[in-house]
Design a protein around this ligand. Sequence first.
Ligand SMILES: *Cc1c(COP(=O)(O)O)cnc(C)c1O
Length: 445
Amino acid sequence: MTNQYTGGPALLQERRVVTEIPGPESCALHARKNAAVAQGVGTTLPVYTVAAGGGVIVDVDGNSFIDFGSGIAVTTVGNSAPLVAAAVSEQVQAFTHTCFMITPYDAYVRVAEALNRITPGTHEKRSVLFNSGAEAVENAVKIARTYTKRQAIAVFDHAYHGRTNLTMAMTSKNMPYKSGFGPFASEVYRAPLSYPFRDVGIDGPAAARRAIDVLEKQVGAENLAAVVIEPIQGEGGFIVPADGFLPTLLEWCRANGVVFVADEVQTGFARTGAMFACDHEGVVPDLIVTAKGIAGGLPLSAVTGRAEMMDAPHVGGLGGTYGGNPIACAAALAVIETIDRDGLVERARAIGTTMLERLLSFADPRIGDVRGRGAMVAIELVKPGTDEPDADLTRAVAAAAHQQGLVVLTCGTYGNVLRFLPPLSMPDHLLAEGLDLLEQIFKDA
Ligand SMILES: *Cc1c(COP(=O)(O)O)cnc(C)c1O
């Protein structure tokens, strides 16, 4: 059976629960995991994967899960999407690594050209490739600092930018990301976000002015190299800022020579029903950071931006052994081709419409907010009639979903957000089945 959106892979597109979850084979593997892998690496749902594609993940016990997680917004085009699998196989036969800084290859250049073309804005751009989202965020900061000759970096409440030393400082949430791992990098300042569910009565421009006021009073625009922001927050709770928040911030950055950096690691590559989330409000960032959905699961990330900023660091100042690995580049080119060929921007929008309609129709008083764009949708769970977070209910709903063969993830500063990130190769019948399951779980909870 082929998937109607990608033409493959030949994996039965059904939810199938044939054992306890996790099943016996998974439990045995998990015991070995606990004996061999550092416990700091947690697992959301310890079922061990043997295959995935379309809209399902199949485990070692023969269970088939509907995937509402995409490996955290990574397999946006689907797992082992046909063009990606073919491009990777071809590249792995030709060569696996030379190091682009030693003897380069054209796949890297083609990825840079593609990123320069598809990211917001028609200005002259350059790109540089890395391995992880955090590494790319760090490099965006290096670029902004050399360009502006300033040091301070502004980030926001609820932000998530990664787990390396600089990005831990930029990330907001203590547990589990920061606790015990200090000291953190200096010259990182935090401003209030626009969080429509929790700041009723403050519109987007007003929320931006509130943030700008903090930055002007506590940092000073003349000291600020960059404002780094997720246009829709990911780990922080899928918070979509009120209309006008991002444009107002951007305008202030422009007026004050501050580099505006969009961290689109989670929101990029068709996920939100636009190629990039900035596109929804016509925001053209100076630098844009991408990763996750860029290469169908192969490790790749990028910084793309204004040529004069990107060219500020000296020769040899940017790079890394594996950055822009040829196999990851081949995958990225296939991802971009798949998004275009299969109309996945439109597909994300359609998935979003379906999800928002269905979730709103639950009309459950414990669902305080339904929000998101495209195939990046979340519900925030609260004690009925209040905005008091209900993390226990969130955990219980996620656990029930997992038991019944539906992979969902939680997020949010208060741990009370259920997020839904289906691959865009998800067939309609599985999307509907996953939402039916959730409705029943809320009825039973
Ligand atoms: C996941 C994420 C990162 C970090 O990416 P890694 O590849 O895990 O280092 C940074 N920013 C955002 C918005 C993310 O969602």
